[in-house]
Design a protein around this ligand. Sequence first.
Ligand SMILES: Cc1cc2nc3c(=O)[nH]c(=O)nc-3n(C[C@H](O)[C@H](O)[C@H](O)COP(=O)(O)O)c2cc1C
Length: 412
Amino acid sequence: MTEKILTKVDAGQGGAAEAARAEVLRRRFPTIEDLRRRARRRVPRFAFDFIDGSANDEECARRNTTALSAVELLPRYCLDIKGLSTEVELFGRRYAAPFGVAPMGSGGLMWPGGEEYLAREAQRRNIPFILATPANVSIERVAQIAPDVFWFQLYRFAANDHAVTFDLLRRADAAGAQVLVPTIDSAGKSKRPRDIRSGVTVPFVLSPSIVYQVATSPAWAWALYRNGMLRSENVVPYTSGPATRDSTAKVIMQVRSSGSHTWDELARLRDRWKRAFVVKGVLHPEDAERLVSLGADGLIVSNHGGRHFDGAPAAIDILPAIVAAVGSRATVMVDSGIRGGLDIVRALALGAKATFAGRPFLYGVGALGEEGARHVVDIYFDELRTEFQHVGARSVAEAATVTARHPGAWRF
Ligand SMILES: Cc1cc2nc3c(=O)[nH]c(=O)nc-3n(C[C@H](O)[C@H](O)[C@H](O)COP(=O)(O)O)c2cc1C
């Protein structure tokens, strides 16, 4: 079925020429790391570092990838794997694969307009796209571009009895978002040394160094010119005075200072939202239990890609404990460090129903603009199918039965 979808897409979008170009990109940029390296050369350093960087010493971000590589899978051979399908059902809808685009605020910094490219590609390939509250593209716009695969990530704005939070929820509902994703792991400000060194501040100060970096990144500067000012589009209605980069950034700053959604607030959000409710940033099995009791349909086990708390465990290492706690009652998913098809299969083998990746999708658009969105999705699809074959799985359900050795798994 997945094969059919891809063939249809290829044929419908310019046929042979496009397929030939995809082949060239497969040879030139075979891995996510190739895209990262090219993005690093094309994007102004302050912008690249904002996306690529993590909290404190960036140990947690490194731990995510090393912990994933440490998971070994025992392949099964001599099986007939005809009819292989990567499809997965999440909250009553079938998607083409168990991976999607994680929510990322200010994603336009990596490539102005890049978030729209990713949303469009997600719709075309039928994979979930989670729009972040602080994104540079609005709820209403994404609902137009990606109506079938659009999930909305919600942050907490405590002022006026959460008026902004509830209005965002209302807009996501009116726009038809399939899933609401409140994030709970943004408990306070985080220290990101790369941003401090670059001078990325609110209000934004155009230092001589930043001007130089933009001037020496002409393709990025052109994309910025064409896209227009980068601002947090979702909070435009809540600024005082004109909605500029700085005034929208000030609204977003309230998130960092107001802590994470409390249990009471989550219960209110659950009550108000009638479709699927998925809480992101879960790391403790007891929190997972409580969230499911409160009515969460799903959880995303995540440490925010290491961007907030450098002392957090690798998300993959905590995944089995959360699956053991709530896996029979809720859809457990995972992100943080997923860098290819093999990581997706590892996560499925350890009990995740689906996975998300963040930075890799932005490396794609940073490296190659619009066609980078397609290429990064190609990498995940190609690798996923290959790894399914290696472990002898014909489906997501069969991948879940693969035997794994997981040295870093937390035990309680
Ligand atoms: C630039 C950037 C911005 C992010 N912004 C948000 C956000 O606004 N809301 C959120 O829930 N997660 C946010 N995240 C975290 C991602 O959703 C995801 O958890 C993380 O990127 C996964 O790790 P990975 O980048 O290693 O794949 C952000 C991540 C990045 C890289």
